[in-house]
Every structure is written in C-alpha cells, then in structure tokens.
Write a protein that binds this ligand. Structure first.
Ligand SMILES: [Zn+2]
Length: 250
C-alpha cells in the first residue's frame, strides 16, 4: 500500500482538502519544543505544517522496546526531517519508509556495538533512540543533535539513490564547493587544530556532513562566525539560510 503512487496521491489530496492536518495540540507542541519552527514567519509556518503532516502520513513509525511511538515523538522526529530538507520542496526522504524508535542506546547485532541512532539504506530505515534525541534537543545551541545527525545521513543518501524521483537534488557545483571546504576542515581536525566540530567529524566526509548540519541548524551564528564560507556553502547546498528563516539579525 505504502509503495503505491496512489497512496502518496491520496495523502497529498487529503492535505490539500484540509482533511489531514495538525491539530491545535500538535501546533502548540511544535511552538514550545521546536525553536526552528517557532521562529519561522507565518507563511513558512504554514508550509512547514503541510510538509510535516505529509511526512508523518507517509512514514511508518515502529516502536522498539517501547510500548508505542507517541505523537510527541512522531512530531519532533518528523519536524527534524522537514527542517533539514525545508529548502527542497519535494524531498521527503522517500527511500526511508520506516523510522524505528528505541528508548535509549541499543545494541546492534550487526556490528556488536551500542548505537544512539543509524540510517540503513538497504532496509530503508532510520533508527533513533529517544533519550539521545531529547538530549540533543535539550541543549539547542551546542551543535550536538542526534536527530539532525541521522536525518542528515538520510538526506545525503537520498540524494544518491537513483530510482524514486528524489535523487540529485544537490546542485553538483554547490556540492563540490562544500566538499573542498569540508576536506580542509577534516584535515584541520585530523591535525589536532581547534575546531568547533567534534573529532568524529573527521572520520570521513559523510560524518563531516552530518556533524556540520548539527551546527548549521542548532547554532548558525556560531558556525558563520567560525567559518563564513562553510556556512554560505551550506546555505547554497541546502537552499535555505536558517538565520534568515529564523529572523536572526546579522
Ligand atoms: Zn554519523
């Protein structure tokens, strides 16, 4: 059912007709817990709501070791995905149909390690541990945010997956511009120089992208002050400027 084009069309029509929408409780939760949304102007808020309600309609949330995935979990995890893809009108991380939610760090039988979250393109799943997700949101300016990190991995993979009409949305030139700056910064971190990014950002370009997006959305001002060219490269790549969208004075 979820794989059929009719399913997606049905959800879109339901939203257009106003049958499917966020209720007052949903909206007040977003206002109080999701600062990116809170700071958007009214027109962007409406757009964000439509994007979020569609995202929630097409994803299957699966509880793992918890009784159920609550509405709050769905809304905040979904809002994180909508935020990082807000510059791309038609990107919904379509390849990733299921979102698994654990309570806390979970043991992966694949590589015998504890994880806070992961993205598995083969299975089309995004995995989030709720306690770590909340921890990431609780300090909204430290540039550490599990939800943004995992969604960033999913966004980059979605860009590379070539059969569902949602690939190649990154402009190749903008990607190159970002990659050059990313490579420099990875080298700086590897050399032990001071960086606002944690050491794991230097593991590989995929990690750097995910860590960079944590800063870009959580503390755009700090990232811009640290490296304005890197900040601007991400603005062009992601087709949004969080400082402008959130009305942060320059
Ligand atoms: Zn990662």
């Amino acid at each position: 059912m979820r794989n059929s084009p009719l399913f997606y069309l049905f959800q879109k029509v339901s939203i257009r007709l106003g049958i499917l929408k966020l209720n007052a409780e949903d909206l007040s939760l977003l206002e109080s817990h999701f600062s990116y949304y809170r700071q958007l102007n009214p027109k962007h808020k409406k757009d964000f709501q439509k994007r979020l309600v569609y995202f929630l309609a097409i994803k299957e949330f699966v509880p793992r070791g918890i009784e159920k995935v609550t509405r709050e979990m769905e809304l905040l995890i979904g809002a994180t995905a909508v935020m990082i893809s807000f510059g791309f009108q038609n990107v919904t991380l379509k390849h990733f149909k299921r979102i698994l939610v654990y309570n806390d760090n979970y043991y992966s039988t694949i590589n015998k390690q504890y994880h806070q979250g992961e993205v598995n393109p083969r299975l089309g799943i995004i995995v989030i541990s709720w306690k770590n997700f909340v921890r990431g949101m609780a300090d909204g300016t430290d540039g550490i945010n599990l939800g943004i990190h995992e969604m960033a991995h999913a966004l980059k993979l979605e860009n590379q997956i070539h059969y569902n009409g949602q690939s190649n949305f990154f402009n190749p030139k903008r990607w190159m511009d970002f990659s050059v700056l990313a490579k420099n910064e990875i080298q700086r971190i590897a050399d032990g120089e001071d960086s606002i990014f944690r050491d794991s950002a230097a593991n590989n370009p995929h990690e750097f992208f995910a860590v960079a997006l944590e800063s870009f959305f959580e503390n755009p001002q700090r990232l811009k002050d640290y490296d304005s060219r890197l900040y601007q490269a991400l603005v062009f790549l992601l087709k949004q400027d969080p400082m402008v969208l959130m009305g942060i004075p320059k």
